[in-house]
Design a protein around this ligand. Structure first.
Ligand SMILES: Cc1cc2nc3c(=O)[nH]c(=O)nc-3n(C[C@H](O)[C@H](O)[C@H](O)COP(=O)(O)OP(=O)(O)OC[C@H]3O[C@@H](n4cnc5c(N)ncnc54)[C@H](O)[C@@H]3O)c2cc1C
Length: 415
C-alpha cells in the first residue's frame, strides 16, 4: 500500500497551482469521470464546445423548479477551459478575502507573486464619465496572456496526474486517510480539497452521512439587452467579447458589466436565414450584456447527490443598485430590457458552509469539529466568505498560493 503525503482533489486552476507547489510529494486527481451527461442544459458558451453527451463534467446538477444547473468541469484546467481570461485585482474598497490575508497589504503582495507566474495585459480605462456622485469607467479588462495550465508540467508528471473522480474519503487511523475513487482507492496523510465548492460539497456529502446539506454562494448575474448610439466596441482575440464597465461611487464598485456583440451561435435555434441576412445590421446597433450588482448573491443548497435547491431570490435585494445600470445611457448604451436570471451563470462560486446536525459551519470549522483540520485542507474559493463582483480567479489563485506556501513551511518545521 503506497501512502502519498498529499492528494490534491481537483485539477482546475487552483488544484493545478497547488499541485505545482507540492508535485514532488503529491498526486492530483482530476475529476475525470466515465459517465456521460447530456449537455442540453449547459451554459450556451460551453455547449458550443462540447458534444451532445459529454464526460467533461464531474458532476452536473439541474434543479427542475428553477431551470438551474451547476457544474464542475472535469478537465485539467477546470472551468478555465471555457472562461473569459479576465484576471482582475480587487481594490481596497472591494470585498477581498480579509479572513485569509488579514491586511490588504498582504493580499496585494500575494497578487504581485501571481503576476510573476501568470502574465496578463494591464487593465486600461478607456473612458470615464461622471454622472453626479457616480463615475462610469469603460475599461479594457486585463486578460491572461499565457496559459494557466502548462502542458509540459502535466506531461512531465503524467504518472502523478490521475484521471479519476473522488467519491469520498475516510479516516482509517491517525494521519491516514483512504480516498475512494470511481476506479480504485488511494491512501494519503493529507488531502487538499481543490474541487471547487460544487466538487467539494459532493465529496463531503458522500463522505459524511450526518451532513444535512451543504450550501455556497454565487454572484447573481443579470442580463440586459439594448441598442447603442456610439460604436465603441473593440474586438479582441477572445471571441467577439468586448468591453467592460464599472459604476463606481466613493471608490466602491456598485455594478460591473460586460457588453458583448450579439453572438448568433448562442441563439442557434433562432438563427434562421433571414436573421442571418440581417446579422451585420443587427450587430451594428444592438448588444447584450451581463452585469453584476454589489452584494447580490444566489444561494445554492445541495441536500444530497440528487437534490439541489437554489434561492434564486437575492439574499440582499438592492433595487437602487440594479437600476444604477441605467446610467450607461450617458455613455451611449441605451437599455431596452433588464432581465433577472435565476440561473447561476456567475461562476463566482465561493463560501462553502456545512450543516452538520443542525449547526451551520464554515468548511474550516467543520473540519475542525471532525478533528481533521490537521490533515484535510481546502485551498479553493470554498474558504472565502465574500468576494468582489469582478471575475475572481486571480484572487482565488492568490489565496491558494498563500495557503499552500504556509502549509509547505509548517511541514518543513515539523520534520
Ligand atoms: C463561462 C465561464 C467564464 C468565466 N470567465 C472568467 C473570467 O473571465 N475570469 C475569471 O477570473 N474567472 C472566470 N470564470 C470562473 C473561473 O473559471 C473559476 O473561478 C475557476 O475555474 C475556479 O477554479 P477552481 O480550480 O476553484 O475550480 P474549477 O475550475 O471548477 O475546477 C474544479 C476541479 O475539480 C475537479 N473535481 C470536481 N469534482 C471532483 C471529484 N469528485 N474528484 C476529483 N476532482 C473533482 C474538476 O474536475 C476540476 O478539475 C469563468 C467561468 C466560466 C464557466
Amino acid at each position: 500500500m503506497h501512502i502519498y503525503k498529499y492528494i490534491i482533489a481537483g485539477a482546475g486552476p487552483i488544484g493545478y497551482h497547488v499541485f505545482n507547489i507540492f508535485k514532488d510529494k503529491s498526486i492530483m486527481i482530476t475529476g475525470f469521470t466515465k459517465k456521460k451527461i447530456s449537455s442540453k442544459n449547459l451554459h450556451p458558451k460551453i455547449k458550443l464546445q462540447v458534444n451532445k453527451y459529454t464526460n467533461k463534467f464531474s458532476d452536473l446538477y439541474r434543479s427542475e423548479g428553477n431551470e438551474f444547473h451547476i457544474y464542475s468541469s472535469s478537465e485539467i484546467g477546470g472551468n478555465t477551459n471555457y472562461w473569459g481570461k479576465k484576471f482582475f485585482d480587487y481594490n481596497i474598497n472591494d470585498p477581498w478575502p480579509k479572513e485569509i490575508f488579514k491586511s490588504y497589504k498582504v493580499y496585494e503582495k500575494n497578487l504581485r507573486k501571481i503576476d510573476k507566474i501568470y502574465h496578463s495585459k494591464k487593465a486600461n480605462v478607456i473612458n470615464s464619465v461622471n454622472a453626479g456622485k457616480l463615475k462610469i469607467n469603460q475599461i479594457q479588462p486585463p486578460l491572461v496572456t499565457n496559459s494557466i495550465v502548462k502542458k509540459s508540467i502535466i506531461n512531465k508528471n503524467s504518472n502523478k496526474v490521475i484521471q479519476d473522480r473522488i467519491i469520498s474519503f475516510r479516516k482509517i487511523k491517525k494521519n491516514l486517510f483512504i480516498i475512494n475513487t470511481e476506479n480504485t482507492n488511494f491512501y494519503c496523510r493529507n488531502l487538499i480539497l481543490c474541487a471547487g465548492p460544487i466538487g467539494n460539497a459532493l465529496i463531503l456529502l458522500r463522505s459524511f452521512i450526518k451532513i444535512k446539506y451543504v450550501k455556497f454562494k454565487d454572484h447573481n448575474p443579470r442580463v440586459l439587452i439594448g441598442f447603442r448610439i456610439k460604436n465603441f466596441f473593440i474586438k479582441n482575440d477572445n471571441n467577439n467579447q468586448v468591453l467592460d464597465f464599472e459604476i463606481v461611487k466613493n471608490n466602491k464598485i456598485l455594478n460591473y458589466l460586460t457588453i458583448y456583440n450579439l453572438n448568433f451561435n448562442h441563439f442557434k435555434k433562432f438563427y434562421r436565414p433571414l436573421l442571418s441576412f440581417f446579422k451585420n445590421i443587427i450587430n451594428k446597433f444592438f448588444y447584450y450584456g451581463q452585469f453584476w450588482v454589489v452584494d447580490e448573491y444566489n444561494e445554492i443548497k445541495i441536500i444530497n447527490n440528487e437534490t439541489i435547491q437554489v434561492n434564486g431570490k437575492n439574499k440582499i435585494k438592492n433595487k437602487k443598485n440594479i437600476y444604477l445600470i441605467n446610467n450607461i445611457k450617458k455613455i451611449g448604451l441605451n437599455i431596452i430590457k433588464i432581465l433577472s436570471l435565476k440561473k447561476a451563470y456567475g461562476f463566482h462560486y465561493h463560501c462553502l458552509e456545512v450543516n452538520y446536525g443542525g449547526q451551520l459551519l464554515s468548511l474550516n470549522k467543520f473540519l475542525n469539529k471532525m478533528r481533521m483540520s490537521k490533515n484535510i485542507y481546502c485551498f479553493d474559493s470554498s474558504v472565502i466568505s465574500k468576494i468582489g463582483i469582478k471575475p475572481p480567479t486571480k484572487t482565488y489563485i492568490a489565496v491558494a498560493n498563500y495557503l499552500a506556501e504556509k502549509l509547505a513551511i509548517a511541514s518543513l518545521k515539523n520534520k
